[in-house]
Each structure stands twice: as structure tokens, then as C-alpha cells.
Design a protein around this ligand. Sequence first.
Ligand SMILES: [Zn+2]
Length: 266
Amino acid sequence: MDQLKKDFNNEILRIIGNRTKDGYCAFCGEQLSENEYCDCPQAEKLNKYFKKTSKFIANINDRLVLSTSLKDARKALKATSNTPKLFDGVSFDDYKVECDSEKNAKATVLNYFDNAIQNYIYGKNLVLIGNSGTGKTMLQTILCNSLISRWLFSCKFINAVDLKGEITKCFNAKSDKTVDEIVNRYKKADFLFLDDIDKLAPTEFVKEFIYSLVNYRIVNQLPIITSANHTLEELDSKFYNEVIVSRLINNSPVIVFSHQNRRFEQ
Ligand SMILES: [Zn+2]
């Protein structure tokens, strides 16, 4: 467990550096009391990232206090992540690459995983576009499970259709949950996996809750991994609007799965 925190701290150092040096601000040299954040312009630019990462380490500590071992902490996070059972135990090695499109897809997702801490700090998204049966859900599941195993990130995996189902259930008089409670669960996870965003009929209601979810996460720099069968242009014109789509793809890799459905091949 200590190794995990050590690795995480090394990644933070590599990505954003130190904010203090021997009790002084690393940027302007001002003396700082314990837990004090300097307000000089250079420190101010990075303070939100330092705060985000120290909160994450505090969360890891909490998770490890609640669990008796790293294995238990992983299990607890896996249980609440809701990844598709179909791909339980599947790893990057199981994603077969036989053409350039598959090679590129796997390499891009692996690269996203290798830079997980950086992607978490800056809220970098990942978009997977392509026909059904090309392995988008499988790769997302592998990534989700790997983020939990390696770094104890809290991840939520949800198919957009199921998310809408969960939300509409709240309108039932018997429901003990509110729409806000449901949406908050997905707003606050370290990484959100939103599968099949274009399987929803784009009603005003759907657009509104997708916008609220995406916007919250973008503003708070929390990564979203999304998948869709339609092209970005089609998502823009038929499903959502430029605001949502441009937020999802801003500064983020977009993987196009151009190979054919191989779900039924044996
Ligand atoms: Zn300073």
C-alpha cells in the first residue's frame, strides 16, 4: 500500500512538480505554514491540481482504512464500478489485434492507462467511435478495471440507456432516490465510463441530463470515457449539440474503430 502512495507521489512530482521546498513556496520562496497554499501567481495556477491530488491521496488512505488489504480495497471499488460482467477477468492481452484499426485502438487505450495520473489531474477524456461489435465496450471495461487495480481510482461504468432508466425510475412515486442523487453518483467518480451515448433518443430531457453530467465533469476536470456508434459529425447534428460534443473531444484522443464487427466470428 505504501508502494502505491509512493508511486502516485512520484507521478505527481513528474507531472506538476513540488509546491513547497523545506517549508517555503517552491515558486516565490515565501515561508508557508503546514498545509498552507501560497497565493503567488505561479502557485495559484497549480494549486487546484495540488489540492486535487492531495484529496485523492486522502481518499486512498480512507479506502485502505476501510479495507484490510489492497486486494479488498480493489474488490470494494470493483463492486461499485458496475463494469459489464461479460468481461470480468479480461485483460489488455485478450484484446486481439489483427488490423491497423485494432492496433491503434489498443495502443491508444494503453497509452491513456499509462498516463492515468496525468489524465486524472487534467481531466483528459477519451472517445471511442465505431460500429458495434468492434470491441469498444471490452476495451473500456479493461481500462476501467485496470485503473481500479493499479491506482484505486473510483470508477463508474454505465450504459447511457441504463442511466436514463435509472433516472426515469426516480419519477416513480415509490422511488426513494432523487434524480440529483443518481446524477451525482456519476458526476463525482474519478473516472466516468459512459457507454453508447447515441443509443438514447435525443429528447430535450436526455440532452439536459447528459449536458448537466458532462458539463459538471468538464468544469471540475474529471475525465469521461465515452463510446458511440455514430461519427462525431452525426453526434453533433443528430444527437446532442456542438457544445456537448466539443467538450467531450476537447484536447482528448478520439479512437475510430474502422474495422468490421467481429462479435460473431469464431
Ligand atoms: Zn509562492
